[in-house]
Design a protein. Structure first.
Lengths: 428, 327
């Protein structure tokens, strides 16, 4: 009983020390701001091209008649284009077909216009229509121009082929092909967006597990370097010390992940309103929502995965006597984590495949990858439960071994134990 | 049947091939100040660590306060100043003391109350909210001391308490130890500084190279050593000393003589003699008077702890062997 009390007292110390630090507060709050920014900034970057001042140079020839010289020429596309752009709140103007490009470039430089469209003589036969302007990199400007110009060129082509506007409409009606991500049970969501979210989830778990497990190791090493260790192990069992440390540091991590996931879920759920606040309508890119189920699964895997790796890192901390020494000893664990994060592609590529099933069940990687696989619909609830069970049992084993190493290691200064010695510690 | 603060029987601890503690037994009665004395590397800290459940002994048994094995129940009743001084550098002074108090079994509010009292006593109140790392070494020592005493333990264990203390703080420490003794509690400390120890201890245990050399009440030991016979003689002049040579040469009375160890008077007129087996100071005095030796001083020497220590430990063991690292 008193062991548990000691553990909680130690956990409270570790927890408060972390939660009170300015860094913790800053990162916990800035993280979500970053996530919100991730949703808003792309929409903002797209910008609003309404009000763009552009001029149109149209060099096309009228149908059936000999083509007049350039300075007399009046293109067939300029008028409908100007009309359509004006309807989209742009400010178009038609200028002479023989206007040299240089004059227009100067006008852009002098900020008199945003840009100009050059329609070549062979535009109806496939010639490139070029827009040059200070907003030329904008996807929306491009999309708007492309949409309007396509329609106008098609209409003119239809007119020359003597196809009625209605017939033309019927012919060019777009054919939509859509791919959706589903496991046959949940409602399908946009495939691409799910991948994005799955990646984000895997990376956040990787990041937070690594950061907090390493924090446990550093905390152990600092107890050794500040020599407070002897006082601590005289006062409490090393087991309680290790457990308290892991629980306390993990508590801080759990709060951070919970805050992030909650804000992430809220951001996704209310993104239309959120974007509206920034004057963007339409809800921005199509993203799926984080369901409660996914959040719960992610938190469960975070907790177990964290305990799994934190125990290992605690043992590493106990094995070395200075922070520099940790570099080499933690390498094998780091490699395990990196294999996990590299396998993200394997899981996202084929969430229902054999490789996915393996890497999301092996305890080294399940914590990083299973939430993603679950999100992508590759895993059933049974898969999740089995994977959690495997992870829980392995975590218990790792914690047991770590406690043994910790018990012997905490008062070791100087030389690092070799593997044979470590085995002896386990039997101690 | 007296009750004991600590009973140690047949304690053995090996590190690899090195035997750090070799079959050590001793008993610490309640309410005394008990000193474990020995040169560096004698096994003092290893012994204290086993009592504090930091190391598990390879053999032997430890009973704390008549019935506790080293472990968490005993820990609530023990205060410990480790040889490796160390606190959490980034913790506030008040929080640090309170934290250890809670781990030693006090409730949170009680821990807070006593922390305030102790910091006040040690003159650290104004530093309560400062981080440990912002304090001077001496003040950190005081905080460390507070962590050992905050829960008013029945047994206070101090490992090399004087190391790194300035004379003023050494005085504060001695006062605190006196106070603990006056309240009927027990202090067990280790040191190799005999002068400090002599001012405080009731009982001692001298160990060297992991083995116990002797233990018991300091007074008894001193009496025994005195009975074994060291007499300090002061002759009135060099002639008187010459006259005495006959008596001092009597091997049934005196086994050896030498000039005084401490630089008291000069060697010309003073002698320290060791009585032969079976001889008494009384007989020596009678012989000297009979021989007509003019004496200025005749003193049965009560050996200082330092002397006993040097005599027993000897110069050979005083040089510590390779100090074993914990493993």
């Amino acid at each position: 009983m008193s062991d548990l009390r000691d553990t909680m007292v130690i956990a409270r110390r570790e927890f408060t020390e972390r939660v009170q630090s300015r860094w913790f507060i800053a990162i916990t709050l800035l993280g979500p701001i970053g996530m919100v920014a991730l949703v808003i900034i792309p929409s903002l970057l797209i910008g609003n091209p309404a009000g763009s001042k552009i001029e149109i140079i149209d060099r096309t020839c009228p149908a059936g008649a000999p083509c007049p010289a350039l300075h007399d020429r009046k293109g067939v596309l300029a008028a409908p284009l100007s009309e359509a752009l004006a309807a989209a709140q742009w400010k178009p103007a038609i200028i002479a077909a023989d206007t040299p490009d240089q004059i227009e470039m100067d006008r852009i430089r002098d900020k008199q216009i945003n840009g100009f469209v050059t329609i070549p003589e062979d535009a109806l036969g496939g010639g490139h229509i070029v827009y040059r302007g200070d907003n030329g990199s904008s996807q929306v400007v491009h999309a708007t121009l492309r949409g309007i110009t396509t329609r106008i060129v098609q209409t003119e082509r239809g007119r020359r082929a003597q196809i009625s506007p209605d017939q033309l409409e019927a012919i060019i009606q777009p054919i939509e092909v859509e791919s959706q991500q589903t496991n046959g049970k949940t409602e399908a969501a946009s495939g691409q967006a799910s991948f994005f979210l799955g990646y984000a989830l895997a990376y956040i778990l990787f990041l937070v597990i690594t950061v907090y497990a390493v924090a446990v190791m550093r905390s152990v090493v600092q107890e050794k370097t500040s020599r407070v260790m002897e006082l601590m192990v005289a006062t409490v069992k090393p087991r309680s010390l290790m457990a308290g440390k892991i629980v306390g540091v993990g508590g801080a991590g759990l709060i951070q992940v919970a805050v992030w996931l909650t804000i992430g879920a809220l951001t996704l759920a209310y993104r239309a309103q959120l974007l509206g606040m920034f004057g963007i309508s339409g809800g921005g890119p199509d993203l799926p929502s984080l369901t409660v189920g996914v959040v719960v699964v992610a938190l469960a895997f975070f907790v177990l995965g964290y305990f799994f790796y934190a125990s290992m890192y605690a043992a590493v901390g106990a094995m070395v006597s200075s922070e520099q020494d940790t570099q080499q000893v933690q390498m094998p664990i780091m490699i395990l984590l990196i294999i996990g994060i590299v396998s993200v592609t394997a899981v996202s590529g084929d969430p229902r495949g054999f490789t996915s099933a393996v890497v999301t069940t092996v305890p080294f990687w399940s914590a990083l990858l299973m939430p993603m696989r679950f999100l992508l619909g590759g895993a059933t609830t049974v898969d999740v439960v089995v994977s959690l069970a495997v992870l829980a049992v392995s975590t218990a084993g790792v914690a047991w071994a770590a406690a043994k190493i910790y018990r012997v290691g905490v008062l070791m200064y100087g030389k690092r134990p070799d593997p044979r010695e470590l085995l002896r510690w386990l039997r101690y | 049947m007296t009750s004991h603060a600590l009973v140690v029987r047949g304690l053995v601890k090996k590190f690899g091939n090195h035997v750090a503690v070799d079959d050590i037994s001793f008993e610490v009665p309640r309410g005394v100040v008990y000193g474990i004395l020995g040169p560096n590397g004698a096994g003092k800290s290893t012994t204290l660590r086993m009592i504090n459940d930091i190391f598990a002994p390879d053999a032997g048994e430890i009973v704390v306060l008549d019935g506790f094995r080293p472990g968490s129940e005993a820990a609530a009743r023990i205060g410990y100043l480790p040889e490796e001084r160390g606190l959490y550098p980034k913790m506030k002074v008040g929080d640090m003391v309170e934290f250890i108090a809670e781990l030693r079994g006090l409730g949170r509010s009680e821990a807070r109350r006593r922390t305030a009292v102790w910091l006040e006593r040690l003159g650290l109140t104004q530093w309560t909210k400062n981080k440990v790392q912002d304090l001077s070494k001496g003040m950190q020592q005081k905080v460390q001391f507070a962590t050992a005493l905050i829960h008013e333990p029945e047994l206070v264990i101090l490992d090399e308490p004087w190391s790194g203390l300035d004379p003023i703080n050494a005085e504060v420490l001695r006062d605190a130890v006196d106070e603990i003794r006056a309240s009927g509690r027990t202090v067990l400390f280790s040191t190799h500084q005999m002068e400090q120890a002599e001012k405080l201890v009731d009982h001692v245990c001298i160990i060297a190279r992991g083995k116990k050399l002797l233990d018991g009440k300091l007074k008894d030991i001193q009496r025994r050593e005195a009975a074994e016979g060291l007499v300090s003689l002061g002759f009135s002049d060099a002639a008187a000393r010459a006259t005495a040579e006959v008596v001092l040469g009597d091997r049934s009375l005196v086994s050896g003589s030498r000039p005084p160890t401490a630089g008291r008077d000069d060697g010309a007129t003073d002698r320290e003699v060791k009585l032969a087996d079976g001889a008494t100071a009384q007989r020596l005095l009678a012989a000297l008077v009979t021989a007509g030796v003019q004496l200025r001083r005749f003193e049965v020497v009560v050996p200082s702890l330092h002397q006993i220590f040097v005599d027993r430990v000897g110069s050979s063991a005083a040089v510590a062997e390779r100090r074993p690292e914990a493993s």
